[in-house]
Design a protein around this ligand. Structure first.
Ligand code: MN
Length: 571
């Protein structure tokens, strides 16, 4: 039982000062007593004290409230382990014996073992109440010793852990929900990419056919076709940008970091951006780095970043303006590329909004196309590669966008040697020789498009199938030189069909080109890993398609072996 005594002021013969002291002492005692009382009577903690054998000696109000027993029902009768789930007590005893390499201790000894060795201990165990209900508790246990350091019992202070457990449970649930939502989002993006690309493939494919048709066309027709193509490719850019951004935001973008020459990448960008500059009558001033410089980065993404900055610098320039590109070393491990334009410049408040998605800073009215995603994505990409992006701008003078990338030592091997087309030590095809192709595709518009493209080559014969089983049968019967294969097919997928073709000695050697609207990077990777000799994404670019086809035909002629795996994106 709790011991706290209240002394009474002795009446009678004491001096005034002594009386005052005595009153102060008593007030302090009262206060301490009230505190002790409040602690022991707190309904929020179960306070249980036992003797040295573990038999309960003290059972406070909180313990009564939590466990439903009155003190009288437990004091001198049971020990605390009797109120826990016996299986949990056993499990704790087992893990303790493993931890300390001792025999398994029974009941309360397992709970008190560490405390008895002077180690303050706490455990998470389920309490079972008098009415059989259960709740998770976190219990601290301490040994109690007398003035001679003799063990006289244990103090157990327990709190109801239900709220925390519930919270943990909800957290786990929420995490699972978020993960599921994230998976659903990725899947949705993949599907959307596919769904949007398929019709766009037809639009762009047939417009390309029209544009390259030998038949005479009126200016009007030609212009209409150009409009369709322009809008179509622009729509494809938008789709790619939105998907790219979503990919970055979901942390799924994979970068292939390698040392790369800045000069190479700048030259590439220069040749790609020149037509746009000429169209806008903007002078490009590429200043090559004074010495060869290398950065550690993803080549494709660096190009994307620079092209975005260059394209903006041209778009938002004035006619006759200039765009200057400089490379400078900022620190031993950083290289800065600056793209400086002579456009209208940006006010400080506009600069602060620059890197927000879909914020085009009032350019919507300016007649320049754009999603406002470009800079956001550029920033994300730069940061993913460990770099920094920034801008300095002066109204009426122009803006200078810069990116800093991580400097790399000159690589031992020439990385990214330009794509030299393989020299074909094969006899030139005879004009009259008829070569057979097979196209497996379930979408009638795509089928028709490829049929019309192939029809322009009189030496090519096209077999078609609308599902993989029919395709495989045709392949076995006719042994085409090249197979073009859609991935998303009813029934057997294009990837599975490829496996089946590879398993058959008859068709094993035939190069198979994937043509798919599954255009996410992981789709392409999966496809190339599966063994497609090339992976073309829809919408088809007519020249890229014809080049891939010719290369596959060369491969087929060169040897009955697999072509060099490479990726050709139509976008
Ligand atoms: Mn399909």
């Amino acid at each position: 039982m709790p011991k706290y005594s209240l002394s009474r002021a002795a009446p009678g013969d004491v001096g005034t000062a002594a009386v005052t002291n005595e009153i102060r002492r008593q007030q302090a005692l009262l206060k301490a007593g009230a505190l002790q009382n409040a602690i022991l009577n707190s309904p929020n903690f179960s306070i249980i004290a036992t003797d040295e054998k573990g038999i309960i000696q003290l059972f406070n109000v909180g313990a009564e409230r939590m466990l439903g027993y009155t003190a009288a029902e437990v004091v001198n009768r049971i020990n605390p382990s009797d109120m826990h789930d016996p299986l949990e007590v056993e499990a704790r005893a087992r893990s303790l014996s493993l931890e300390l390499n001792t025999p398994i201790l029974p009941g309360f000894e397992a709970l008190a073992f560490k405390a008895s060795r002077g180690i303050d201990d706490s455990y998470d165990l389920t309490y079972i109440c008098k009415d059989g209900s259960r709740f998770p508790a976190v219990v601290s246990i301490t040994a109690l010793r007398d003035d001679y350091d003799e063990l006289i019992g244990y103090l157990l202070i327990g709190a109801d852990n239900s709220v925390r457990k519930q919270f943990e449970l909800e957290l786990t649930d929420a995490k699972a929900t978020a993960e599921a939502a994230n998976r659903a989002k990725s899947e949705f993006l993949s599907n959307m990419s596919h769904e949007l690309r398929s019709p766009l493939n037809a639009i762009l494919g047939f417009a390309q056919l029209l544009a390259s048709d030998a038949a005479p066309q009126s200016d009007n027709q030609r212009e209409s076709t150009e409009q369709i193509l322009h809008a179509g490719w622009y729509l494809l850019d938008l789709i790619n940008e939105v998907l790219d951004l979503a990919l970055i935001e979901s942390g799924k973008l994979l970068l292939s970091m390698e040392p790369m020459s800045l000069e190479d990448v700048l030259l590439d960008c220069q040749s790609m951006i020149d037509p746009q500059a000429q169209k806008h009558r903007v002078v490009m001033d590429f200043r090559p780095p004074p010495a060869p410089m290398f950065v550690r980065a993803d080549r494709t993404r660096v190009k994307q970043i620079l092209l975005n900055l260059l394209s903006n610098a041209i778009k938002y320039n004035r006619a006759g303006g200039t765009v200057a590109i400089e490379v400078s070393v900022r620190s031993p491990d950083r290289i800065r590329i600056t793209v400086r334009d002579t456009g209208a410049g940006l006010s400080p408040d506009k600069v602060s909004q620059l890197f927000q998605p879909f914020n085009r800073l009032g350019q919507q009215a300016g007649g320049e196309e754009g999603t406002g995603i470009g800079l956001v994505m550029t920033k994300r990409l730069v940061e993913l590669m460990g770099g920094v992006i920034g801008v300095e701008s002066t109204v009426d003078v122009g803006s200078a966008f810069w990116v800093e990338l991580v400097r790399a030592p000159r690589p031992c091997f020439a990385h990214g040697a330009p794509d030299v087309p393989p020299t074909h030590a094969v006899p030139a095809p005879l004009d009259c020789e008829l070569r057979t192709l097979l196209y497996v595709e379930d979408n009638p518009a795509n089928l028709k498009l490829v049929q019309q493209l192939i029809a322009r080559r009189p030496n090519l014969r096209l077999l078609t199938a609308t599902d993989a089983s029919a395709g495989i049968e045709l392949a076995r019967a006719h042994l085409p030189e090249v197979i073009l294969m859609d991935i998303n097919l009813p029934g057997i997928s294009g990837i599975r069909a490829l496996k089946l073709l590879r398993e058959d000695p008859l068709t094993r050697h035939i190069p198979v080109v994937a043509i798919s609207a599954n255009a996410m990077p992981h789709d392409i990777r999966k496809g190339l890993e599966a063994g497609f000799c090339r992976y073309l994404t829809k919408p088809i670019r007519v020249d890229a398609f014809m080049n891939a086809l010719d290369a596959a035909l060369d491969t087929a002629r060169a040897a009955p072996m697999r072509g060099q795996a490479r990726q050709d994106e139509a976008s």
